[in-house]
Design a protein around this ligand. Structure first.
Ligand code: NCD
Length: 320
């Protein structure tokens, strides 16, 4: 693994290996001293062209727990055209001595471009590119699911599990990465959304598509993942009649959650629109693993950084 850009690059074994490392990282994080010396002397740059709270902080925490230095580069609002600014920024990062670059961008393909344009040689980690992919989010979701649905078996895949992903699929890189990873791990995935929020081409994805949330929930899924309605990407409107109507048809209300089997997990990548796609009481209920997803994010990102950087660091010890 040289970069971490799309789940499509991973084999089932590689995905399970990263999850196993994340499980190992999780163990280290319950010790009294949580900092590991693994990446001493390396520099991880967080290059964020888009606002982010939890993902950036999570990568920062992960890198710091492994003793890497972290530089946060917030490039939002650059007036340069995207291609130029990405190239110039890459050259700057290379010159600064970055050992890995974590990139988030509103443009689909930004991480791929950064990895393969030849401007920078270091490993690139995709922290979300447009509506394309968010592979570490999918890994942390799978990690969280496995802990609850396959308790005591940290080597298991998700065979036989049924996951329902609900909401703004059209703008969701989280949904895309999850469909790829969950099916790679053997789960069955059903996407539920109003027709206008299902991307053209989704019919070719390895999942089922439904427009009826109640019908999908009646199948008794093992996990229900609610997606944020990404209003900032809905310029011009017209994706659904009204917020109230969306919530009535596609929101996870207390009444809907009550119809689910006891073991069904409720998930959300955050940030949540409480009262729109998910009722506050459901987000805070015992079946919700939303806060745990955030904790899993640090373990999974530690694992990804480890796989991309630790071997290099060991082979070429630095003076320090
Ligand atoms: C997601 C993202 O940015 O793609 N959030 C996240 O990474 N925690 C989903 C979203 O913004 O709704």
């Amino acid at each position: 693994m040289k970069h971490f850009i799309t789940i499509a690059d991973l084999s089932r074994d590689e995905a399970l290996e990263v999850l196993a490392t994340a499980e190992h990282m999780a163990q280290t994080q319950s010790r009294s001293i949580r900092k590991l010396p693994t990446l001493v002397g390396t520099t991880v740059v967080n290059l964020f062209f888009e606002d982010s709270t939890r993902t950036r902080i999570s990568f920062e925490a992960a890198a710091k727990r492994l003793s890497a230095d972290v530089i946060n580069f917030s490039a939002k609002g650059s007036s340069l055209s995207k291609g130029e600014s990405l190239k110039d920024t890459a050259l700057t990062l290379q010159a600064m001595g970055a050992d890995a670059v974590v990139v988030r961008s509103g443009s689909s393909g930004a991480a791929h471009l950064l990895a393969h344009a030849g401007w920078i040689e270091q490993p690139i980690i995709n922290a979300g590119d447009g509506a394309h992919e968010h592979p570490t989010q999918a890994m942390l979701d799978a990690f969280t699911m496995r802990r609850h649905l396959r308790p005591g078996d940290p080597t298991a895949d998700l065979a036989g599990m049924h996951v329902v992903i609900v909401g703004d699929i059209l703008h969701s890189r989280v949904a895309r990465s999850n469909v790829l990873l969950l099916t790679l791990l053997g789960a069955r995935v059903t996407l539920v959304a109003p027709p206008a929020l299902v991307p053209v081409g989704a019919s070719a994805w390895p999942c089922e598509i439904s427009y009826d949330l109640d019908q999908a929930l009646a199948t008794g899924p093992d996990a229900v993942m609610m997606l944020r309605v990404q209003s900032e990407r809905m310029v011009g409107g017209g994706f659904f009649p009204t917020v109230g109507e969306y919530s009535r048809r596609y929101g996870l209300s207390t009444a809907r959650a009550a119809t689910l089997p006891e073991h069904t997990l409720v998930m959300h990548p955050g940030p949540m629109n409480r009262g729109l796609e998910i009722a506050g009481a459901v987000a805070d209920s015992p079946r919700s693993v939303i806060v745990e997803q955030v904790a899993s994010g640090v373990f999974v990102r530690m694992a990804v950084l480890f796989h991309l950087l630790a071997t290099d660091a060991r082979e070429a010890p630095r003076d320090h």
